[in-house]
Design a protein around this ligand. Structure first.
Ligand code: 5AD
Length: 433
């Protein structure tokens, strides 16, 4: 779990600690050497990231106490399953099986993906929300992302950062700019988990990236995810040793032929190996794919969901393909946002207890305001863009990205208000936000 309210160390189990939050106990990996029973800590993504003074901890806990339980009540109320009067026996049977944790078959998922009656797919969304609440309660991860460079050596056919796009002005944040952006996100805005992202071979060597991560980790308490594209085992290990504990790398599609068509000269097996290596090293895995790619079949998306689960993903990141005018896929069709909401719900049925599901910026781009619907359809994670404003527009993986010109303050206000409204605890932001 990723509560950023302090918990108290209850006991130790090997390299894990049991942390108590208002009577609820969670387990986290501890890498601090001076931790004892009774200490207050912040944990994030399953890692203890900081010890806090009893004074700070008790003040924060007192400030949170009432709201913590109020939010839980609101969430529980909203997540109740309706007494459904659906006349669709096949749908009811599938939902019933999912709620009883019976594995669904491909044909079941295909059926769900193709639901066209609004009443039917709304029932799917509600069932997914019910399952989300049942197993994961009301915590909602709020991570920040800093896009450190838009330079890229790859030629992905869908992506505006492709090396073949000559019309894009390129940038590479300096080391000082990256550290300053991280500091601002952590100390000014209260983020405790940050993704650092760039195109592949963005201009920094792996050892330079490792040094930047080391500096951030030495200075600030934060869980760092890296998202710099593919790299070999030793490079991943270097970033892990520097202090990164998560990796965001989508496999994009689980269909090897489609993968090779979209990424000439590259192959899916290599990409999967990178994710598997990262998992072996101990990184938290964030992965997923694109939905609505040209020539993609419904079964491909089911396979994508299953592959993400097989890769031991901590957080599922599935978003729509959005055509970029300066790429070979310019002018192609955009998928209906309902298809993405259905995918979110189906992932929730597939990975009920552990998987966090991200509401992607891509989805918000094709359907402004959809974040609430996604959170009520099984999702429980959002990522806010904390890249300095002057660079954000240049990170144009697809056009008109949602939130591209919104200040961090504005994004946080909107997010907190929405989460409060639907009873979710913004557990990755410090509580004074
Ligand atoms: N539409 C949607 N998502 C895209 N990405 C890149 N280009 C596009 C696009 N045109 C996504 C990829 C990549 C992530 C950083 O951005 O899935 O993994």
């Amino acid at each position: 779990m990723c509560y950023a309210i302090p918990g108290v160390v209850h006991s130790f189990e090997g390299n894990h600690v049991i942390i108590d939050y208002y009577g609820q106990q969670k387990k986290a990996i501890n890498e601090l050497t001076d931790l004892a029973v009774g200490d207050y800590v912040y944990a994030q993504g399953g890692f203890v990231i900081q010890k806090v003074s009893p004074l700070e901890a008790t003040e924060t806990l007192n400030a949170w106490k009432d709201i913590f339980f109020e939010l839980q009540d609101t969430d529980e109320t909203l997540a109740k399953m309706p007494v459904h009067n659906s006349e669709n026996p096949r749908l009811l049977k599938i939902i019933d099986r999912a709620q009883n944790k019976i594995q669904l078959k491909d044909e079941d998922y295909l059926y769900l993906a193709e639901l066209s009656d609004e009443k039917d797919y709304n029932l799917l969304f509600k069932s997914a929300n019910f399952i989300r609440q049942k197993y994961q309660q009301n915590s909602c991860c709020v991570h920040g992302i800093i896009e450190i460079s838009n330079c890229c050596s790859r030629n992905c056919h869908y992506c505006g950062l492709t090396v073949d796009n000559d019309s894009l002005e390129r940038y590479c944040m300096t080391r000082d700019e990256i550290v300053a952006a991280a500091e601002e996100a952590i100390f000014k805005y209260g983020f405790r988990a940050l993704v650092l992202q760039s195109g592949e071979n963005c201009g920094y060597s792996i050892s330079e990236l490792a040094d930047i991560i080391k500096e951030i980790k030495q200075k600030f308490p934060v869980l760092i995810f890296v998202s710099f594209g593919e790299m070999i085992f030793d490079e991943l290990q270097l970033l892990y040793n520097a202090g990164a504990r998560g990796i965001l790398l989508r496999f994009e599609t689980s269909n090897p032929e489609l993968y090779e068509k979209l990424h000439p000269g590259y192959n899916l097996a290599t990409r999967i190996e990178v994710i598997e290596n990262a998992n072996k090293i101990g990184f938290l895995i964030l992965t997923g794919g694109l939905i609505g790619l040209p020539d993609q079949q419904p079964i491909d998306i089911i396979n994508d969901m299953r592959l993400a689960k097989k890769l031991n993903t901590e957080m599922y990141s599935f978003g729509p393909f959005i055509p970029h005018p300066d790429t070979p896929l310019a002018g192609k069709q955009i998928v209906n946002p309902i298809a993405i909401l259905k995918a979110i719900s189906m992932i929730r049925l597939l990975d009920q207890e552990n998987g966090k599901i991200l509401v992607t910026t891509g989805l918000e781009t094709i359907a402004p305001g959809v974040r609430k619907d996604a959170l009520l359809a099984g999702a429980n994670s959002v990522m806010l863009n904390v890249t300095p404003l002057k660079y954000r527009e240049l990170y144009s993986i697809y056009p008109n990205r949602a939130h591209v010109s919104e200040s961090i303050e504005y994004q946080i206000d909107e997010t907190i208000n929405l989460l409060k409204d639907i009873g979710r605890a913004p557990t990755d932001l410090s509580v004074n936000q």
